[in-house]
Design a protein. Sequence first.
Length: 199
Amino acid sequence: MADTLSRVQDRFEIHPVTPDRWDDLLRLFGPNGAYSNCWCTWWVLSSREWEDAGTDGRREALEGLVAEGAVPGLLAYDGGSPVGWVAVGPRHRYARLMSPRSPTFKPLDDAPSWVINCFFIHKQRRGEGIATTLLDAAVRFALDQGATRIEAHPRDTSIRRLTNSDLFVGTLEMFLAAGFTELERRKGRPVVILERTAD
């Protein structure tokens, strides 16, 4: 896949995670696989699959997506070092977002949609705007791949104080500033969308 997304936004360079960048993703995620051995597969696997997979299985699931050229997300670099990650892809990639039984994450409708659903920023680089840069890049990437609608399930920090791990989905404020619109709330969780505008 051509690395068409590569460009500098401010001082951060953004690249899709292709097989040649797997080792960079490992460097960023570290031995704990980002958040508590999640390996950014909480959305990809069903609840049972996620529990059964364990740490090794989750890593293998993510590595499999990369190896097959699915591009599960984007990496931000500063000076050649990976400093942040965002997961972006078509909704059908994410088992937890496809279940009609989920009161919080069931599909909005039958229309095709892309999803931005996970951010991981190096702990020493948080608060520098890397997540905002990655969000912008993820939107552009999805639109370049033909997305007509992008959705997300961020957290509303105005309701209560949240930990960094709670904010892996991003904040409502960040998505609204990027042009997303809040469509509804499910069990207190905002659902936001961004639709491609006519040229």
